[in-house]
Design a protein around this ligand. Structure first.
Ligand code: 0O2
Length: 229
């Protein structure tokens, strides 16, 4: 049995966070296998998971003016468990959301579509907060405890932009802030336009391929008929 980490802000519940992540990760792997089988392409590129560090969670509690307790960390804050799913195209994001919404033990309690409504700085991503009902106890005394998971779903292009912006956003003490912000926004818009064009190209290729398949099939049917005659 795992020893209880009394120093962790997550208290005795710390051990369940990884288990919730593992369970969800397995489901996404199954989804990927299914999409690959159906379309010949992966459902997503990769997934990054993290449990918010003790230090970051404490810092967040202090920032919000709430006590540094397991209740605050697991119930008031909803991002102790985080997943970032990176897809190739925007369409794949909405397919993934549909899949997530089909989970029977998960309820979407918050949804932010920063793709249809990009942040003023150009940030684009789809955010969901899931309330997952588990077989583990929770901080509210439930035997089938509820654990929150923050899921960010974005394309490779959106992810690249967010990573670069994250790296440079803290470097505030430099001149020409406005120019830099405008340039970042311009890059985000150009990437968005570029990836929509790439998605259109994928659509064209897919419809060409299925047209060819249909032609092949009807060709084969004709051949069969010919054989019969
Ligand atoms: P970390 O370490 O990434 O988890 P919250 O502060 O979570 O209570 P908020 O800010 O309204 O509430 O949540 P939102 O808008 O859903 O954003 C949460 C996360 O999205 C952030 O987590 C970032 O990871 C990411 N994000 C949001 N806006 C931006 C942005 O403009 N640029 C980049 N690069 N990432 C962004 P945290 O809290 O920053 O920490």
């Amino acid at each position: 049995m795992n020893s209880i980490n009394t120093n962790s802000i997550y208290g005795e519940y710390a051990e369940y966070l990884d288990l919730v992540l593992e369970d969800l990760s397995k489901r996404f792997k199954n989804f990927d296998d299914y999409v690959l089988e159906q379309t010949g392409e992966h459902g997503f590129e990769h997934i990054i998971t993290r449990i918010k560090s003790d230090e970051s969670m404490r810092e967040k509690c202090i920032r919000k003016g709430i006590p540094e307790t397991p209740y605050s960390a697991l119930y008031i804050n909803t991002d102790a468990i985080g997943m970032r799913i990176v897809t190739s195209f925007v369409d794949d994001i909405y397919l993934m959301i549909k899949y997530i919404k089909s989970f029977d033990n998960c309820e979407v309690i918050e949804e932010k579509d920063y793709i249809k409504h990009a942040k003023p700085n150009g940030y684009r991503s789809y955010h969901l907060i899931l309330a997952v009902t588990t077989d583990y106890p929770d901080v509210n005394g439930n035997e089938k405890g509820i654990y929150y998971v923050e899921i960010q779903i974005r394309t490779i292009a959106m992810d690249t932009w967010a990573s670069l912006e994250h790296k440079i956003r803290y470097k505030k003490n430099i001149a020409e802030q406005e120019l830099i912000s405008n340039e970042l926004k311009r890059c985000a818009d150009e990437l968005a336009s570029c990836e929509l064009s790439m998605q259109t190209i994928r659509g064209m290729i897919r419809s060409k391929l299925s047209q060819n398949e249909n032609n092949d099939e009807s060709g084969n049917a004709e051949n069969k008929e010919n054989t019969v005659i």
